[in-house]
Design a binder for this molecule. Structure first.
Ligand code: ATP
Ligand code: MG
Length: 178
């Protein structure tokens, strides 16, 4: 199965983030709020026995709960084309620490190190040929966005089924923070 580790977000936060979605961006495919998540580590396709090892490794982590504040919006680009619109997470050492512990645990399970820098975000939309000017004004208009802090008391191992439309994510295991 295709796996990733992420923060599952409380509905109060999803509702607040969804206020950013909807209008003004032709070519944006908005992520449905039930799919909002903050990826901590993408794992990819794994056979069942390795998924079990991963579960054991994640279950052994002891990390503290913290509070998460989402603020600001931005975009990712590939080959000069904007591909995703996201809302960022405010800098938070505890979030970085959690991400780091997960990375170390997964490397001990034999996964290749993640080379990309951790950029905590929640993807709001996938972008196909959105006019650059529209994107710039969207980002400017929403850059002061800030959601109330929410408590993070667990992280989640998700499986992902890719489909024609939005992927379907299923929470497989939740790991409590202390
Ligand atoms: P689709 O690929 O059909 O657009 P998706 O990206 O939502 O759907 P997945 O590809 O299963 O679904 O990805 C699950 C999560 O992991 C998403 O948050 C995605 O952005 C992230 N992700 C996927 N591939 C990588 C990667 N190579 N590196 C880092 N994060 C990734
Ligand atoms: Mg993907």
């Amino acid at each position: 199965m295709r796996l990733f580790v992420a923060l599952d977000l409380p509905w109060e936060l999803r509702d607040r983030l969804s206020s950013l979605a909807g209008a003004g961006l032709p070519g944006a495919r908005w992520v449905p709020p039930e799919n909002y998540h903050l990826t901590l580590r993408f794992i990819g396709e794994m056979p069942g026995h390795r998924a079990e090892d991963i579960d054991i490794a994640l279950a052994s982590l002891r990390t503290r709960a913290f509070s998460l504040t989402m603020s600001g919006v931005g975009t990712f680009a590939k080959g000069g084309r904007s591909t995703a619109l996201w809302v960022g997470a405010e800098r938070n050492p505890r979030l970085g620490h959690l991400q780091n512990k997960i990375e170390t645990a997964l490397q001990r399970c034999g996964l290749e190190p993640e080379r990309r820098r951790f950029q905590p975000h929640v993807t709001l939309a996938r972008l196909d040929n959105v006019p650059e000017g529209k994107l710039v004004s969207y980002v400017q208009a929403h850059n002061l966005f800030r959601a109330d802090p929410v408590p993070v008391e667990h992280f989640t191992l998700f499986s992902s089924k890719l489909g024609k439309d939005a992927a379907v994510y299923t929470p497989e295991v939740e790991y409590g923070l202390t």
